[in-house]
Design a protein around this ligand. Structure first.
Ligand code: GLN
Length: 545
């Protein structure tokens, strides 16, 4: 079958969840046996989101091939179980950079280089690139931003040209917002009409409209929208708020989104999507009655998108353990020796978050000391693992001025130090240790048991590492270096076997957790947290008798 291209645009406001709609459609097409991938074009000028502060666009996601990407690629993987790569995300900056590099090389043979056709051709080349691999039946392309923005114009022009070239091998889906005006007790369709008009002015006629709404958009309203927007009435679909993003594929299927896409691209509609395992997951989520309470100690707690993949990996693990996840964000800057017990007792498990820089770091050490002494299941991720190492050095090995050279380049005990290959790097973009690396796990360790394997591959994003000069001192004092890169001998996992569950990973296991393949190490952590919760409950009821 010829590759089909689905374009997803958004109108009226941002944050409508284009990524979730794209992922849900991909999930349904995959469950129908098609080979699907999703890519995202971001209209900002940064070359990639790697240098962006999480306050800007949330977490920076990392692909296996070491690309620092938009967090929507995380949704794509979680919903489809299909790995993405650097070919699945491009920004305006990257596109201009490619065109300017070609111009400098003289590739344009003296021609004037312009937005149309040179920038648009570069966009089109990238849109079609994954199609040329022969690996996919459907390529979903999400255009970031909102129709009407200056920044997204070249992308929409490229989509217009591609729609013309691809003809029936393409579909355009436009996502809009239908606001509810409480004072008038009415839903309003006008913003949708205007947004579609803006898209039409750019030469793009949407085939399908997805209406984001908090309240039911009834059939008459949907007919009215269809009439005004030149869209078939059955192709006006509503996406009403649901209590979990993982239910969106089901609400889209109820309204036949997958079938409409197949029909519009001339693909025979046969049978139903195989969603059994997905439905089992939803069922576990809906029927869970007991709770597991996890605290996440980090500095970006005001913005939950900053830890998106951790939230989702915890949710996958808790749901599979048939528990509701009660995730409590604890601001690391506000944790002090005086209030730590009050803030952390009552939790079933604690995550010490990844991050960069000094801000909030002392609170992480205070939290870790308390967790280690109270023997609460504790999971340190990347900077969180590095903090575990520093806290152990300070309070167990007695190296009171131990630190990471990131925080104190003059510390006499740099138990976390800059990696050798990082020492001469001055550019910050795309230069960390990035992507998936092999890791050997010590037989019999907690980590090896969690994974049920002794050789794993997980994704990294850091510049600093465990300083192997201290390896033996740590091992002798009870913190084991149980995960190691087979080639470089970099320490990737530490754990304390004397504790219930006290483990840190230099890598980010959250990036690879999906609904259908949840992360084994998150599963093991949640299992330990549930066991600890049950233990505490039993003790309490014994005390009450
Ligand atoms: N700042 C630390 C480093 O660069 C940890 C990075 C992270 O947590 N992703 O090594």
């Amino acid at each position: 079958m010829e590759t089909k291209y689905i374009f997803v645009t958004g109108g009226v406001v941002s944050s409508l969840g284009k990524g979730i709609i794209s992922s849900s459609l991909a999930c349904l097409l995959k469950a129908r046996g098609f080979r699907v991938t999703i890519q995202k074009f971001d209209p900002y000028i940064n070359i990639d989101p790697g240098t962006l502060n999480p306050y800007e666009h949330g977490e920076c996601y990392v692909t296996e091939d070491g690309y620092e990407s938009d967090l929507d690629l995380g949704h794509y993987e979680r919903f489809t179980d299909v790995r993405t790569s650097r070919a699945n995300n491009a920004t305006t900056g990257r596109i201009y950079q490619a065109v300017i590099d070609k111009e400098r090389r003289g590739d344009y043979l003296g021609k004037t280089v312009q937005i149309v056709p040179h920038i648009t051709d570069e966009i089109k080349r990238r849109v079609k690139y994954l199609g040329t691999t022969g690996d996919y039946d459907f390529i979903i392309t999400e255009i970031g931003g909102v129709v009407g923005d200056i920044e997204s114009l070249p992308f929409l022009e490229a989509v217009r040209q591609l729609r013309w070239e691809l003809d029936t091998n393409s579909v355009s889906i436009h996502l809009t917002y239908v606001p509810y005006i409480a004072a008038a007790k009415e839903l309003k369709t006008k913003p949708t009409q205007h947004s579609v008009k803006a898209l039409q002015e750019l030469g793009i006629q949407p085939d399908i409209l997805v209406l984001r709404t908090e309240k039911e958009v009834n059939v008459d309203m949907r007919r009215k929208i269809a009439l005004f927007c030149n869209v078939a009435p059955d192709a006006v679909i509503q996406s009403k708020d649901v209590n979990s993003i993982y239910k969106v594929p089901l609400t889209m299927h109820e309204q036949h989104l997958d079938e409409i896409v197949l029909r519009k691209t001339g693909v025979p509609v046969e049978g139903e999507p195989q969603m059994d395992r997905w439905l089992q997951f939803i069922d576990r989520m809906d029927t869970a009655t007991e709770t597991v309470t996890i605290g996440l100690v980090g500095k970006y707690v005001e913005l939950q998108d900053a830890y998106k993949s951790i939230n989702e990996a915890l949710f996958h693990a808790a749901t599979n353990a048939h528990r509701k996840l009660n995730l409590i964000y604890i601001h690391s800057e506000k944790v002090t020796p005086e209030n730590v017990a009050e803030k952390l007792s009552g939790l079933d498990g604690v995550i010490i978050a990844p991050g960069f820089g000094q801000r909030g770091i002392e609170g992480k050490f205070v939290a870790l000391k308390w967790c280690r002494e109270a023997d609460v299941p504790t999971f340190g991720i990347c900077l969180g693992m590095q903090c575990m190492v520093i806290e152990f050095a300070r309070n167990v090995l007695g190296l009171s001025d131990a630190n990471s050279s990131e925080m104190d380049p003059h510390s006499p005990h740099k138990v976390i130090d800059l990696m050798e290959e990082q020492k001469n790097i001055s550019n910050l973009g795309g230069t960390m240790r990035l992507g998936a690396f092999d890791c050997d796990l010590r037989p019999g360790s907690l980590a090896a048991k969690a994974y049920g394997a002794e050789h794993i591959r997980e994704r990294h994003r850091h510049r600093f590492e465990f300083n192997n000069e201290y390896h033996d001192a740590f091992e002798q004092a009870g913190m084991q270096c149980v995960g190691e890169n087979p080639g470089t001998k970099l320490v990737e996992v530490v754990e304390m076997p004397s504790k219930r569950w006290y483990l840190g990973t230099q890598y980010h296991p959250e990036y690879s957790s999906t609904v259908l393949s949840p992360s084994p190490v998150f599963a093991s952590f949640i299992k330990a947290a549930v066991a600890y919760h049950d233990e505490k409950t039993m003790e309490q009821s014994a005390d009450n008798q």
